[in-house]
Structure formats: C-alpha cells, structure tokens
Ligand binder design. Structure first.
Ligand code: 13P
Length: 262
C-alpha cells in the first residue's frame, strides 16, 4: 500500500511572520493527530528555516518547491539539493506545471532535478499533468507517459520508498474546477500502470499518487474515497490552516477502510 500523503504547496506566498503563523496553525490543528497520513509543508525558500523551527519535534515534514540539478556552482538564483537537505527539507517538489509553463522546464530538466534529489536523499514529489487543450485532443495518456518517461529515465527500480507522484491537470490548478473522482481515477490508474512498466508491479504499488488542482475541504472527502487517490497536493486551500487541516482529516478518515480492504 502507498502511504497516504497530504502536501501543502504555499507557492510564492507569505512573509516570514505569515509563514510562522500558518505553520503554527497547522501544527496546532494537525500535529500528531493523524498518524496514518504523511503531512508535508512546502513554503517558499525564504521561509524554510522559519517553518523548520515551527515544526521541530512534530511529525510534520518540510519540503522545498524546486531545486537545481547541480549541487553547487555559478547558477545565480538557484538552490541545490544538498543545500535543501541542510536547510531541513526531507522532500522537494519537482516539475510543477507552473515551473514547466512559466519558467520553461523541459522533461529533461525535470529528469535531471529528480535524479539530483534522489542523489541527495531528498524525497521528490514529481508533478505531471496535461493541459485542457491536450485533454480535449485526447492526448492525456500520451502526455502523462511522456512526462513520466522524461522524469524517470535513468532512475533505478528501488525508488518506491522515496518517490511520490502528483497528478496535477493544468486545467484544474487555481481554477476552482477540480477533476471529478472518475477523471482522477482514470489518470491515476494510467500513471500507476506507467510506473509498473518502468519500475515493476510491486514497487509501483507502493508509490503514492496524489491528486492536485483546486482541492478544498468541500471536495476532499469525495477525492479521498477514490481508491486510486493516495492523497493530495494542495495549493490555495493550504494557505488557511483550518482548510488544510480539514483536508488532512478527510484523508485520515478514509485511510482505515482502504487499508483493511487491501
Ligand atoms: P490549487 O490547489 O490552488 O489549485 O493549486 C494546486 C497546485 O498547483 C498544488 O501544487
């Protein structure tokens, strides 16, 4: 069984004071109450240290939102994997669609970043997803496969304990239009088959596949009820501790029956 995982992607939001208040709020409301759910917060680089301190001694994990594939060097404005580990990160988001679309990251770049994260023992959260145009043209499966291939090229089969994949359809991000449970189930099933082809059946079953795109406390329960959805990557709703805690709670509530079913 894949670990149930809920990740907050704060994107480019918040001063240190706001990050501190948010992290403390999540710690107060989520804390250690949901041991079956792995909960991860991804603040902007500037707030990593502040959030690290706020989470110290809790079960909550710290993630960065991006990294460079080189460990160090003359790459102005970039941050390497070891630097993130040193800053207290256990996870790093790789290949978010905003990085691909707005900053020109290619599948090859994403593959290099994923490899760099693995090399530094950071847990990569690999984001993939199709645009509305691609979906309408019937190309969803092809796009997901190409993004998986690009990212996993050269990755060994033993990444199952460290890799997380997030299906984030671009048309659902920040639009208020989340994928339906049926759409999520289809895409996640396809991704799972793609992982199995590349990494083997048993390892693929252990890799959490999260859904991301307009997740709210309102739609979290129906997404949590989808067997193929192992958790969520939350943007806007993660900026409010109560909303985020409600989403974690929805996945915790659903965890026991799913485990017993297996
Ligand atoms: P929203 O939840 O704001 O749609 O963002 C999703 C996302 O991009 C998470 O990485």
């Amino acid at each position: 069984m894949a670990r149930t995982t809920v990740i907050a992607n704060w994107k480019m939001h918040g001063t240190q004071a706001e990050a501190l208040a948010l992290a403390r709020g999540v710690r107060r409301l989520v804390g250690n109450r949901f041991p079956a759910v792995e909960v991860v917060l991804a603040p902007p680089f500037t707030s990593l240290e502040t959030v690290r301190r706020a989470l110290r001694g809790s079960r909550l994990h710290l993630s960065a939102q991006n990294l460079h594939w080189q460990p160090q060097g003359a790459f102005t404005g970039e941050v390497g994997a070891d630097m993130l580990g040193d800053a207290g990160c256990s996870h790093v988001i790789v290949g978010h669609s905003e990085r691909r679309r707005l900053f020109g990251e290619t599948d090859r770049d994403v593959g290099r970043k994923l490899a760099a994260a693995l090399e530094a023992s950071l847990k990569p959260v690999l984001c993939i997803g199709e645009t509305l145009q691609e979906r309408r043209a019937g190309r969803m499966r092809r796009i997901l496969s190409a993004q998986l291939s690009g990212a996993l090229k050269g990755v060994s089969k033993s990444v199952n304990e460290i890799l997380t994949v997030a299906y984030e359809p671009v048309w659902a991000i920040g639009t208020g239009k989340n994928a339906t449970p049926a759409q999520a189930a289809e895409a996640h099933g396809w991704i799972r088959r793609g992982l199995a082809r590349r990494l083997g059946e048993a390892p693929a079953r252990e890799i959490p596949i999260l859904y991301g795109g307009s997740v709210t406390p309102h739609n979290a329960p129906e997404l949590a009820a989808v067997a193929e959805v192992d958790g969520v990557l939350v943007g806007g709703a993660s900026l409010d501790p109560r909303s985020f805690a409600a989403i974690v709670s929805a996945f915790a509530a659903n965890d026991t029956p799913r485990t017993e079913d297996a």
